[in-house]
Design a protein around this ligand. Structure first.
Ligand SMILES: [Zn+2]
Length: 263
């Protein structure tokens, strides 16, 4: 009797121990960029250039997570303006991707790029992932997307043997991100040290007339930039998020888009 109860106590303790260690692991990997001190490379007026480094973990690449506060408040605002159903409709419409998509004839390169994605010819639209949301939320904590729309640059590097992620970030208070020269200089060195330039991420938004939701496709300027990042820094994938979905474009597809310089 005594032996059995001691045994069950032992099993219970082991089980509790397992639960606690799972909890600890979860706590360690839930990166919150707003609470993580960045290394600042340069700051000029409202322009910031900085990076964070942390352990690579599968949680960074999941789309199951609690929406960070500033993205939630953007979502709540849009839901209030349009009503939940209409809002959901527009979110889904922006993420629509199917071979049956009816393209229209246009000479506008940005529109052609959007149609290439919607008709499933290029890129894959999927729900936004944890790390993407963290970067967007970080910028929205500086300038709320609804009242002060801005775009940021995120350069996401991974190191396989060190199992680390390094994220370079550039943004200002302007609708377009600042020129990331100081980051590109660092990138050259990082690649020599065994880092892989896994993703370039930026965000898109639209004015009220287009329901605020960003287009999940590269502009001609974006496509030109991706070609440059691929040729000079071996960028593997480009990401564009609108705060709900993200389009992921592999380097093998960059040249399929209309780009400035190769119209
Ligand atoms: Zn863009």
């Amino acid at each position: 009797m005594k032996i059995i109860s001691l045994l069950s106590l032992g099993i219970g303790l082991i089980f509790m121990g397992l639960l606690t260690s799972c909890d600890n692991q979860k706590m360690q990997t839930e990166i919150n960029l707003k609470n993580l001190t960045p290394v600042v490379l340069k700051q000029e007026g409202t322009e910031i250039f900085q990076y964070w480094e942390f352990k690579n973990d599968s949680n960074l690449w999941t789309h199951h997570f609690k929406i960070p506060a500033n993205i939630k408040s953007y979502k709540d605002t849009l839901e209030n303006i349009f009503g939940k159903d209409s809002f959901n409709f527009h979110v889904q419409k922006m993420a629509y991707q199917d071979n049956s998509y009816q393209s229209v004839q246009t000479l506008n390169g940005d529109s052609i790029n959007a149609q290439l994605v919607h008709s499933k010819m290029v890129g894959k639209i999927r729900p936004m992932q944890y790390l993407e949301a963290q970067l967007l939320d970080y910028q929205l904590s500086r300038y709320p997307l609804f009242s002060w729309p801005t775009e940021f640059h995120g350069f996401i590097l991974t190191h396989d043997s060190l199992k680390l992620v390094k994220v370079y970030f550039a943004a200002s208070d302007q609708p377009w991100p600042p020129k990331p020269n100081v980051i590109l200089e660092r990138l050259v060195e990082e690649l020599k040290q065994g880092w892989t330039f896994k993703y370039h991420l930026h965000n898109h938004y639209e004015p009220r007339s287009s329901h605020y939701l960003g287009i999940l496709a590269p502009s001609m300027a974006d496509a030109q930039f991706y070609q440059f990042l691929f040729e000079d820094f071996n960028l593997e994938n480009a990401l564009i998020t609108n705060g709900f979905h993200t389009v992921e474009i592999n380097k093998s597809e960059f040249s399929k888009f209309k780009a400035h310089g190769n119209e």
